[in-house]
Design a protein around this ligand. Structure first.
Ligand SMILES: CC(C)(COP(=O)(O)OP(=O)(O)OC[C@H]1O[C@@H](n2cnc3c(N)ncnc32)[C@H](O)[C@@H]1OP(=O)(O)O)[C@@H](O)C(=O)NCCC(=O)NCCS
Length: 187
């Protein structure tokens, strides 16, 4: 692994084998971050949550995982965030609160907070945004430039603002591909 300019990789809660983390990735709370095997986190990502990443996960450049260390974001095996995805496990009150973090909680109104899970084989499309408490059930995907405010059904493709069901994904084909991949490469 190359050195990182913001944190010591030895401070991560755990980190598996064959992990590539770009030099400019900023992880605010490395002690809250667990990383499996065969993971890539590309440059210019910013992560200010607790985070659990399983095996064969790709977080592309420019992603932001925000909401503070009390929130947990999970990325299950074979899941991907395309470039510039925002996973917001905290979101300010846009109707009746002051949004800046420079005021105390009592001035902030009804801040939404909640963990986010990106399921196995799920993909979050480029420049999309996921709100607090959302679960991507296994195999669910979100298209580019989309907003997920509610859980996504498994093996389904959603897109738009707010995200709506577009079509089903081919669960059998994807799981067959996974089986052959694991047979040839090992877990
Ligand atoms: C969602 C996506 C996968 C759908 O692709 P597709 O299977 O070829 O689907 P289609 O283009 O036939 O679109 C189906 C419908 O969904 C709509 N749609 C597709 N992508 C959309 C998007 N990102 N936002 C809003 N609506 C979208 C289409 O307008 C179409 O609507 P209609 O049936 O009313 O005409 C694709 O459009 C997409 O967004 N891919 C993201 C790719 C990406 O982020 N790559 C980065 C590197 S991984």
């Amino acid at each position: 692994m190359t050195d990182n300019i913001f944190f010591n990789k030895s401070d991560l809660k755990s980190c598996g084998k064959n992990v590539i983390i770009g030099k400019t990735v900023r992880i605010r709370y490395p002690e809250k971050v667990e990383i499996g095997d065969n993971v890539i986190i590309d440059d210019f990502c910013y992560i200010s949550t607790s985070l659990r990443i399983e095996n064969y996960v790709h977080i592309s450049s420019g992603c932001k995982f925000i909401g503070g260390k009390e929130s947990l974001i999970e990325m299950k095996e074979f899941s991907t965030c395309a470039p510039n995805v925002v996973l917001a496990s905290g979101s300010d009150d846009y109707v009746a609160g002051i949004a800046t973090p420079l005021v105390q909680d009592k001035f902030k109104g009804n801040v939404q907070r909640g963990d986010i899970t990106i399921g196995r084989h799920s993909i979050v499309g480029a420049n999309s945004c996921v709100m607090p408490n959302v679960i991507f059930n296994d195999g669910s995907c979100l298209g580019a430039l989309s907003l997920a405010k509610e859980d996504l059904d498994s093996w389904s493709l959603f897109a738009g603002i707010p995200a709506k069901l577009v079509k089903s994904r081919n669960k059998k084909k994807i799981l067959d591909l996974e089986n052959s991949f694991i047979k040839s490469h090992g877990k």
